[in-house]
Design a protein around this ligand. Structure first.
Ligand code: HEM
Length: 311
């Protein structure tokens, strides 16, 4: 048989690959003979993807709502993918860190700039009808959003501002979990009673969250930043990139989201003004009250004091 040098070199490498896992190269080559050539739709799984938009009502704008949420979840997954690369990189180099951080930032910028799809892309009349079929669910129950938070920063920065003084790095995860800032959306602190929204969320994800909190305690984005050489940690461009990410997630996105909620729930003049998830949402959602700041060491005392106030 006349085999080119290049083909022979590739065959040798394939032989080595299969030998290392006790497999017969010939069998795999024979398999190749019968395997189907790939198509776009099989690779991207378009049929599966485009079959996951199920409306609960007959109102056409509900489709905008469902699909935009799904797009968000896909982008959240892209963000978590990059965060995982940073977190699990041993002896991380600044270039690798900065490159992935910029990817993450671009994804979140995209979520922020596209939020007008919610603000202007649905008829208020239709929204106020189909939202009644969504109660008591809420975007609050997006698990990936919570995982992004745990992967971004030290746990202390996600603790409810009122309890930060009494919690430190040695606090058991279970105790820290009960004092996460987002518990405030569904917990009566006087009685300890949780809303149905929160109870269901925890029933499904609490174990995942506790595991993730522990896993990322020492490898979250902030911790990886602290592993970079001192001089790089002082690099103005890198600091600016970190601040941009923090600001986009914790102020810009949050404010876009709050403004959309105000438009539909509060100013539409329709409905009761209550959120589907049932939180004291106007207060809860404002960055000024949440004070969720991923990288507090990168902001001045003045900036911290005025977090979310400028808007
Ligand atoms: C018309 C559009 C939207 C409205 C009116 C709205 C409203 C709300 C409200 C009122 C809350 C507070 C919790 C509650 O009581 O329900 C909330 C939480 C939340 N929503 Fe939305 N939302 C909208 C779109 C979205 C989209 C597109 C996403 C993307 C996944 C999203 C993700 C979230 C998240 C992650 C939370 C929890 C935020 C936190 O804990 O700070 N929402 N939303």
């Amino acid at each position: 048989m006349n085999i080119s040098e290049n083909a022979e070199a590739i065959l040798n490498k394939i032989e080595q690959k299969y030998a290392s896992i006790d497999q017969k190269t010939e069998t795999h080559l024979e398999g190749l003979l019968w395997s189907k050539p790939i198509t776009y739709w099989d690779y991207i799984q378009t049929d599966a993807l485009l079959n996951m938009q199920t409306q609960r009502t007959t109102l056409p704008d509900e489709m905008v709502f469902i699909m935009y949420h799904q797009v968000n979840e896909l982008i959240f997954k892209m963000i978590l993918w990059e965060m995982n690369q940073i977190s699990y990189c041993q002896n991380i180099k600044t270039e690798f860190f900065a490159e992935r951080l910029m990817r993450i930032s671009r994804y979140f910028d995209m979520l922020t700039t596209s939020f007008s799809i919610m603000e202007n892309g649905m008829e208020v009349e239709q929204y106020m009808k189909f939202r009644n079929t969504l109660t008591p669910a809420s975007g609050f129950q997006s698990a990936q959003y919570r995982l992004i938070e745990f992967s971004s920063t030290d746990l202390i920065n996600l603790i409810d501002n009122r309890y930060r003084g009494s919690i430190d790095r040695n606090t058991p995860y279970e105790h820290a979990f009960e004092h996460l800032y987002w518990q405030a959306a569904g917990k009566d602190y006087a009685t300890g009673k949780k809303s149905y929204l929160l109870e269901e969320f925890e029933k499904k994800y609490k174990k995942t969250f506790l595991d993730h909190m522990e896993e990322y305690n020492s490898i979250n984005i902030w911790q990886k930043f602290k592993q970079l050489p001192d001089s790089d940690q002082k690099n103005p461009e890198l600091i600016q990139a970190m601040r941009h990410f923090d600001h986009t997630v914790n102020i810009t996105w949050v404010m876009q989201h709050l403004n959309v909620a105000i438009k539909y729930i509060d100013q539409s003049g329709k409905g009761t003004g209550e959120a589907t998830g049932g939180s004291d949402w106007k207060k809860y959602m404002h960055p000024k009250y949440q004070r969720r700041i991923f990288f507090p060491e990168l902001w001045s005392a003045d900036e911290l004091a005025n977090w979310g106030v400028e808007i």
